[in-house]
Design a protein around this ligand. Structure first.
Ligand code: ZN
Length: 237
């Protein structure tokens, strides 16, 4: 165990994941590299700066996919900057954004972006709603999305509602990385994390946060230990 300082880096046989940041209410930002393909997961605020430093413009322009676990600002705050940068730098290849069904934040960002830049956009953006938890492939990576339990407060600050939220398991050359996103303890995550080569598990629960939104450190550890290695992330600082 395993609360690390960011960035966190993990690598196995040409397959790596770098977590630039994962701090509740501030930002998340994750880069997944499989061979020569780059994927970004939960591009929160600062992702453009971090990617620029890590891989540079040319590789940023080659990014195939963005994977969004849910629409909270600390997970999508960098999307606009990334899309705009790709436009300014003349990206040519398409970009696909995978997100859970009902995630209006991503759809709103996309529509606003198209309204502002649609006529001058050199690359195509594909929105891919994940409704069913079917496995699919992108480039050389197999992706298993799975539903998780995550909530947000309504305006009264007391009532909560479930938000559309997913975790993802990414498999490259049989190496499995499971990322739960933000979630309360849930059986789908328990199943998916088990025997993964790496599990990235949030432990964002604190005493002021009701259950049903995030996991406590002991819950997160109990899931993490079922994987070969694990990191706890999204821990309040
Ligand atoms: Zn969240």
């Amino acid at each position: 165990m395993t609360i690390h300082k960011y960035p966190i880096n993990w690598e196995r046989d040409n397959y790596s994941i770098k977590i630039f940041c994962s701090i509740p209410n501030i930002a998340t930002g994750i880069l997944l590299t499989a061979g020569t393909n780059y994927f970004v997961v939960d591009p929160g605020d600062g992702i453009l700066r971090d990617l620029n430093k890590e891989i540079g413009t040319k590789k940023i322009l080659s990014i195939n996919d963005l994977f969004i676990t849910h629409g909270h600002h600390d997970h999508v705050g960098g999307v606009w900057a990334l899309l705009t940068y790709m436009r300014v730098m003349n990206k040519k290849t398409p970009l696909t954004i995978y997100y859970p069904k009902g995630c209006i934040e991503i759809e709103s960002i996309y529509h606003a972006f198209q309204k502002v830049y649609g006529k001058t956009l050199p690359y195509k953006i594909n929105l891919k709603v994940i409704d069913h938890v079917n496995t699919f492939k992108s480039k050389n990576v197999t992706i298993h999305p799975f539903p998780v339990i995550h909530k947000e407060y309504l305006h009264d600050g007391i009532t909560t509602r479930q938000v559309p939220a997913l975790g993802y398991k990414f498999i490259f050359n049989k190496v499995k990385i499971c990322y739960g996103g933000d979630t309360a303890y849930c059986t789908d995550l328990v199943k998916m994390a088990k025997n993964s080569d790496l599990a990235i598990i949030e432990a964002g629960h604190d005493d002021e946060t009701p259950d049903g939104m995030h996991m406590s450190i002991s819950e997160a550890k109990s899931i993490g230990r079922s994987a070969k290695e694990y990191f706890l992330v999204h821990v309040p600082e």
